[in-house]
Design a protein. Structure first.
Length: 719
């Protein structure tokens, strides 16, 4: 029996980069975007498009998992994971940094992205290694090697057993491996805004070993002024796998340098959307990651061990409006982590019981330095070390009785976050967080073509270093942050209730899910009433995310595919709160945007559209030609700084992409046009002062204009 690697990630650390021989695998013929009630465990998600059946190892706690397969990623020439996931139900994107490579993703009302300080509610993994950074739990999608990814899995809903930050879901990237005779491919691409790139790989398997070696480079000027990007990576997978034993090595390195434009005062957005209001902003990111994993029989079950080392470095420069000083930030993070896991299954009476237990942990060495720069000189304002660590244990069990599966599990996390101020050692503090996170559920197969499921579970996230050190209302932090010895914050706890179904009629599949997540002690960044560009993090009380997700997909003649999905998300505050914003500054009392911004229960959270609709088609034509179209509708959403919902929200908008390709005898030529309707819309909004005019304005980020990309690929060898 051949063992592939649909590894999923546990907790705060790695998880198995190898799949259980007894676990199911989504076949390569799976249709992207399909979802199912699947069994979720801390180190592995078995993501198939059909209901699972029969005894298997791991937790049977049901969850909704959507898939994107390799051919779908390649067909649309997606450049980042966030952009690739935009076709799935419930996903929306916004761009407050002003770069198409720096998008923030939202699912079920929870965010994840590259913005330091944005409350993180989604965990991201690469073959079992967590990609949320240790300083602020942000995720740099532009560093992740999408060109070397075989499949993307989106878990919608609380990932109770996946560790911190999995409040609204988790994303798993499964990378490519060698399989069979050697094969190689090379692709060159060019497109709008002086964009070009090259990528290549070689892979194969022989004498029990498999290998994959790939690399890529990409550069573009950007459609807005001073928004160039340059990215490159190298990726290696090497393994020796069998049904009983296996060993894998993965080495991954990436760098991304991006100039960002941020948002524009609305007066400039309407007349000169290409402008860069504070030119000079940039991010320079560097990542190196090495992981080793293995599995072997252990008593009546199977044991596995994964260890990894991860090094991340970042330099960020933020140009502020005069007279505020510019800010340069440096962060360095070193992480060493591991996971030890054991699982077994056995018949008990008329049932089959599967058991899984394990421990995982990670140690992080974090250093943050911030400098304020004015008139060519810099002043060090922050120099902080945080040698944080976390340790977790988990236990899960399934009971299979005919078509019924009853599942449950619990995870215990112990997280320690020290704060060592190198500028003022007397300010050193340590915060410790402990939490049990239970989850349980049932799934019932009504036949070969239908399944029902229901579940309840809790998940949590500990406050990040940046949040803990910027939590004092009387000592607000200048943006991006000046960290200090601040009062402690409580962890965020989310309780999720979900029920769903999936059924298939011929070549057509339907899915539906109802969900509600109650969040306690949610953390928000609150602007200070003492200074316009300062603020602090605080627990504001309760929030809620609830909604409905529907999707349908069909195939005609095995060659043409059509899909549509709809998501309704009602994300609201449940506790009254005073969230100061520039709108409530008395200096702007004469502005039409002025308001107290007093939040009451029921007000909607900003930057989360209530209605999102997606649809598309893929058609195979004659003589090797194929084509496709995708359309997306994003509903209205409130601006940041208007949490009280007192002013007009951002307008809804529609975008569409089209593609065409020709493939024959190892050659493939493809062309993709994004935003083919050239929609002139804002994809982010906040309130701020235009220091040039002294007026309070909406600051808006324009979406990237219509763009074209042409790619030529040549494949060698293989079967």
């Amino acid at each position: 029996m051949r063992c592939e690697l649909p590894a999923w990630a546990a907790a705060a650390v790695a998880a198995c980069a190898v799949a259980a021989p007894a676990a199911g695998q989504a076949p390569d013929t799976a249709r992207a975007g399909d979802s199912a009630a699947v069994r979720l465990s801390p180190v592995e998600v078995v993501a198939t498009i059909a209901p699972l059946a029969g005894p298997r190892i791991g937790s049977g706690v049901p969850a909704r998992v959507s898939l994107l397969l390799e051919r779908d990623l390649e067909a649309w020439e997606r450049r980042t994971v966030a952009g690739a996931l935009a076709a799935l139900a419930g996903i929306s994107l916004h761009d407050d940094l002003g770069s198409p490579h720096k998008l923030t993703l939202s699912t079920r009302g929870f965010h994840v992205g590259p913005v330091v300080g944005l409350p993180p509610g989604v965990s991201v993994f690469l073959d079992g290694v967590r990609q949320n950074e240790a300083d602020a739990a942000q995720v740099n999608f532009d560093l992740l090697p999408l060109e070397h990814v075989k499949r993307v899995e989106l878990l919608s809903g609380a990932g109770s057993l996946l560790g911190a930050n999995s409040l609204g879901g988790a994303i798993n990237l499964i990378t490519r491996r060698g399989d069979g005779p050697w094969e190689a491919e090379v692709e060159i691409a060019a497109g709008s805004f002086a964009g070009y790139g090259v990528e290549g790989s070689v892979a194969g398997a022989a004498r029990g070993w498999d290998y994959y070696l790939g690399g890529g480079y990409e550069s573009a000027d950007g459609w807005r002024d001073a928004t160039g990007t340059e990215r490159y990576n190298v990726f290696v997978n090497l393994g020796r796998l069998s049904a009983r034993r296996g060993l894998t090595l993965q080495v991954f390195g990436a760098r991304s340098v991006a100039e960002t434009a941020g948002s524009l005062p609305e007066s400039l957005f309407r007349t000169t959307p290409r402008a860069n209001f504070t030119a000079g902003d940039f991010e320079d990111l560097d990542l190196v990651q090495v992981s080793v994993a293995g599995y072997a029989p252990m008593g009546p079950g199977r044991g596995s061990l994964t260890v990894y080392h991860r090094r991340h470095a970042a330099e960020r420069f933020n140009v502020n409006q005069a007279p505020d000083p510019d800010v340069r930030g440096f962060s360095r993070t070193r992480t060493l982590g591991g996971n030890l896991d054991w699982r077994a299954t056995a018949p008990v009476g008329g049932a089959v019981v599967a058991l899984r237990v394990g421990v995982d942990g990670a140690a992080n060495a974090v250093n943050l330095r911030l400098l304020e720069e004015a008139a060519g000189s810099g002043q060090l304002t922050t120099d902080v070390d945080s040698p944080s660590w976390d340790l977790a244990g988990y236990a899960l069990a399934d009971v299979h009785i005919g078509r019924l599966i009853v599942s449950g599990g619990v995870r215990y996390d112990h997280i320690r976050v020290p704060f060592e101020d190198n500028l003022d050692p007397a300010a050193d503090t340590t915060s410790t967080f402990r939490r049990f996170s239970p989850r349980g559920g049932v799934s019932l197969e009504l036949g070969a073509d239908a399944v029902l499921y229901a579940s309840i579970g809790q998940s949590f996230r500990a406050p990040a270093v940046v949040e803990l050190a910027c939590a004092d209302e009387t000592a607000a932090c200048p943006l991006p942050f000046a960290l200090g010895d601040d009062p402690p914050l409580d962890p965020v706890v989310a309780t999720t209730y979900e029920a769903g179904a999936r059924w298939t009629i011929g070549a057509t599949s339907f899915t539906a899910a109802l969900h509600r997540t109650e969040v306690a002690d949610d953390i928000f960044f609150i602007a200070s009433d003492a200074a316009l560009f300062e603020g602090f993090f605080a627990n504001i009380g309760g929030t809620r995310r609830e909604g409905l997700e529907l999707s349908a997909r069909t195939q005609i003649g095995g060659r043409h595919a059509f899909y549509a999905n709809y998501a309704y998300t009602n994300a609201t505050f449940q506790t009254a709160a005073e969230i100061f914003s520039p709108r409530s500054d008395g200096d702007f009392a004469a502005s039409p945007f002025f308001g107290a911004n007093t939040v009451v229960a029921g007000r909607r959270l900003p930057l989360i559209p209530a209605h999102v609709v997606r649809g598309g088609a893929s058609v195979e034509l004659r003589a090797g030609f194929e084509g496709g179209v995708e359309a997306r509708y994003n509903g209205t959403q409130w601006l940041r700084g208007d949490e009280a919902n007192e002013i007009e929200p951002l307008d809804a908008y529609v975008t569409a992409d089209v593609r065409v390709a020709w493939e024959r005898r190892g050659w493939r030529v493809s062309g993709v046009v994004t935003n083919v309707l050239d929609a002139r819309r804002a994809v982010f909004g906040a309130y701020n002062e235009n220091r040039g005019t002294g007026e309070l304005e909406r600051f808006l980020t324009p979406a990237e204009r219509v763009a074209f990309r042409l790619a030529l690929r040549r494949t060698f060898g293989g079967r």
